[in-house]
Design a binder for this molecule. Structure first.
Ligand code: C2E
Ligand code: MG
Ligand code: MG
Length: 764
């Protein structure tokens, strides 16, 4: 047989076959050799062999079971171990050698078993019905069950949203799918599943846990979005405090481009307005508490000094070492005057930065004013997420907040520049669409909003798709004041909720059962006084330290035979609309005056805007003072900012006259409206009452702390006493005392109670 004939024969052999002539040049190189060794035949034929002498001169094996193993390098440089059996080719001055990978070097049963046992991914072998034959330890760990627990269970027991097992895939899923597994403890795990058939009626599935990757992905996306779009400047440094990233807002505020600050120390922004001690204390706080906030005076590239409200956080790795510092700041030069700051903080939602209820009202009023002049319309949409409470309950408050922030971004994206998106509280958002030519235009926005909300998001490793119930009221046909529009959009939203989730409804008079309620309520209210259904409760006011009774606030209660106890927030507004408040207010004033005299104690009475605008009110007050004989100094009138702002000049004039009678005056719910310092100065006030909304979270919310501190400082500057409302805990009281607050009112020092209770305390 010639070498050529031999070559033809060896062409199809699965064993690598190579022959060399007496000079060691390659004369034969079959396809199996190409596959095993990497060199193509053209590269080696007639050339010096790329194989080592151990191969070219391998000894002829004594018997088939004694084939020597040799190591060699393939073309790609990989070292492989092969069996090499050499044979002399007599008459051709050539020697041939056969090379193959011995069985032991491949994946035999014991090696496969080791792979199965130690694989980091969950591996499960099932039969054609999806019954588990075997699962590896990683899989048991993934599902939180004990060794052997999975055997004989079917995949449907632990794969969520499992389809029916099909003949093609007993896992019942398309290959390479992302799906949820149910852990034994109920918790979800996100995995990617890859399956492959092995042998007769057996399929193997590989489960890779991607829960962490998912969360990182979400966080990364959120972060980069916040980073890019934030209106606040963000500056990130490394552990040596060298700048590694800044965002667009940073450039806008400071004037420095990215590459002008990269690698530099942020101290290049320093203005020289703060001394070394200031920075030392900043760093001390940062190191001990992990974060610092406050005002910094810095210098822009152009030289201008500006004021920024800054938060710096130290980011630590798992071992506790600082890896980065992140500074976020807003240019507050423009809002530097303390009143403007108070207003900003009081008008924005602290979590999402969206306008809050107060600012929304304002924008709504503005929008309707403009629309009126231009003959256009304004739509108010109330958007309430469906089932958010239960989601929040499952994923936890941190993830819940993340979710609300994400929704806030999306809503803002979905509307035009001039429209307002506000957070009303909890999971409720409101959108004002300005300058519409017809209500139908708002429908397009409704679909955009729904699509934006429905876009899946991953929270706490779970993929969720949210829906919302949407109520819409349109100016002018559904109401011509902000209050009425809000009420009507609200009831449209409730109708949408009742109609099933993921629904939107326009307000219509007919479907609005709550309007019907109002009618019933208004009728009942008209008769309440003559039926003697009102009474007053009194809530103690005490000094910030000690339990002296300084005075009480009279709070109105309506006990209706069928409706039960109706809270003032539900009927005062209505009484103002119907005018019933005049008679009711007169009754309250007389009762309160009688008590004040009997107790010889200051009694505060809340005044409605309708009373203040009543031309007979002043005369009425003098009459009550005369009739009851109470010392005027024992009566205090509480007015709110919004009441004053209705007509600042006339109100200031009236309050001045009342003050001249000797009665005291206080500003109620302070911080929620927008009275300016200048206006406040013009009013003859004795006290400011800090609204309950700021006291509630004063321990945990730095923004609320800022408001409270500013109000106290400002009030004291105007020589006013400051009383905090809604104080419920000793901790709040202590903090407020530290801020310099003078007095407290709240459940901590006494609930509103019947007059007999105050009698008792007076006698003690
Ligand atoms: P307001 O004048 O700010 O009265 C304080 C409200 O806070 C009262 O609610 C009181 O019960 C509640 N409150 C007091 N301490 C705490 C506390 O520690 N925690 C909490 N969560 N709440 C606390 P109420 O009695 O429901 O009155 C609501 C509002 O109705 C009053 O707010 C006032 O604006 C108005 N109102 C009450 N009585 C009259 C009245 O005779 N005439 C007029 N025009 N308005 C009234
Ligand atoms: Mg009050
Ligand atoms: Mg109040």
């Amino acid at each position: 047989m010639s070498v050529r004939q031999l070559a033809a024969l060896l062409e199809t052999l699965p064993v690598a076959f190579v022959a060399h002539d007496s000079h060691g040049h390659v004369v034969l190189w079959n396809p199996a050799a190409e596959a095993l060794l990497g060199w193509s035949r053209d590269e080696v034929l007639g050339r010096a062999s790329p194989l080592p002498a151990a191969v070219t001169q391998a000894p002829v094996p004594a018997s088939p079971s004694h084939v020597p193993l040799v190591s060699l390098k393939t073309r790609s440089g990989e070292v492989i171990e092969v069996a090499a059996a050499s044979m002399p080719m007599t008459g051709h001055e050539a020697s041939a050698v056969a090379l193959w990978v011995p069985r032991e070097a491949g994946l035999d049963a014991p090696r496969l078993r080791a792979l199965f046992e130690h694989a980091p991914d969950g591996v499960v072998v099932v039969d054609s019905k999806g019954v588990v034959i075997e699962a590896n330890p990683a899989m048991e760990q993934l599902l939180g069950c004990r060794a052997g627990d999975l055997t004989q269970r079917t995949v449907a027991d632990f794969i969520e949203s499992h389809g029916l097992p099909s003949t093609t895939n007993p896992f019942g899923v398309t290959n390479a799918e992302t799906l949820l597994l149910r852990r034994r403890d109920g918790g979800p795990v996100t995995v990617r599943l890859t399956t492959a058939p092995i042998g007769v009626n057996r399929t193997v599935g590989f489960f890779r846990d991607i829960t962490g990757a998912r969360r990182n992905e979400l966080e990364r996306r959120l972060f980069s979005r916040v980073f890019e779009t934030s209106g606040e400047a963000i500056l990130i440094t490394n552990e040596h405090n060298a700048v590694i990233a800044v965002n667009e807002a940073f450039t806008r505020i400071t004037g420095y481009a990215v590459d002008e600050v990269l690698g530099k120390n942020p101290s290049l922004l320093q203005s020289g307005r703060h001394d070394q001690a200031f920075y030392a204390s900043l760093w001390d706080t940062l190191k001990t508490q992990g974060s610092w906030r406050g005002e910094l005076w810095n210098r822009r590239k152009g030289g201008e000094v500006y004021c920024e409200w800054t938060t710096i956080n130290a980011i630590r790795d798992a071992a506790g070492a600082v890896t980065n510092y992140v500074a976020v700041f807003a240019d507050i030069t423009a809002v530097k005057d303390s009143q403007a700051q108070v207003t900003y903080l009081a008008q924005h939602d602290h979590l999402t930065g969206l306008p809050n209820r107060t600012l929304l009202r304002d924008r709504l009023a503005q929008a309707t004013g403009v629309a009126q002049r231009n003959g256009q319309q304004v739509a108010l949409m109330m958007v309430d997420l469906d089932g958010f409470k239960s989601i929040n309950g499952t994923v936890g408050p941190y993830e819940g907040d993340t979710l609300l922030m994400e929704i806030a971004y999306r809503l803002k994206d979905a509307v035009r520049e001039g429209d307002t998106v506000a957070r009303m509280g909890g999971d409720e958002f409101a959108i004002v669409l300005t300058a519409l030519d017809s209500p139908a235009q708002s429908l397009a926005v409704v679909s955009k909003v729904r699509a934006a909300i429905a876009e899946p998001l991953t929270v706490g490793g779970q993929e969720l798709s949210l829906t919302a119930s949407i109520g819409i009221a349109v100016f002018p046909q559904d109401g011509d004041t902000a209050n009425v529009l809000l009420t009507h959009a609200d009831s449209a939203m409730y109708t949408a909720k009742e109609a099933g989730r993921d629904t939107s409804r326009f307000f219509t008079e007919a479907m609005n059962t709550r309007t019907l309620d109002r009618m019933t309520l208004a009728n009942a209210l008209g008769r309440a006084l003559e039926r003697d259904e009102f009474r007053l409760q009194y809530q103690p006011q005490r000094p910030i330290v000690g339990d002296t009774l300084l005075g009480v606030e009279a709070l109105l209660r309506w006990q209706h035979p069928e409706l039960g106890l109706v809270p003032p927030d539900r009927f005062i507004h209505l009484a103002e609309e119907t005018g019933a408040i005049r008679a009711i207010g007169a009754w309250v004033l007389r009762q309160a005056a009688l008590r004040a005299k009997a107790w010889n104690l200051s009694v505060s009475v809340n005044l409605s805007v309708v009373q203040l605008q009543d031309p007979d009110f002043f005369t009425h007050v003098t009459a009550v003072l005369k009739e009851t004989g109470v010392a005027p100094t024992l009566l205090e009138f509480e007015v709110t900012e919004s009441v004053v702002m209705k007509d600042p000049v006339a109100t200031a004039e009236l309050l001045g006259r009342l003050k001249a009678l000797g009665v005291r005056l206080s500003m109620d719910d302070f911080g929620t409206g927008y009275s300016s310092l200048a206006q406040l100065k013009r009013l003859p006030l004795d006290r400011l009452k800090i609204d309950r909304a700021f006291v509630r979270d004063v321990l945990s919310d730095p923004a609320d702390q800022a408001v409270v501190q500013a109000v106290i400082a400002m009030g004291h500057a105007l020589k006013l006493r400051i009383i905090a409302e809604g104080v419920e805990t000793q901790e709040q009281r202590v903090l407020l005392a530290g801020f310099g607050c003078d007095e407290v009112q709240g459940f901590l020092c006494g609930h509103p109670v019947d007059p007999e209770e105050i009698d008792k305390e007076r006698r003690r």
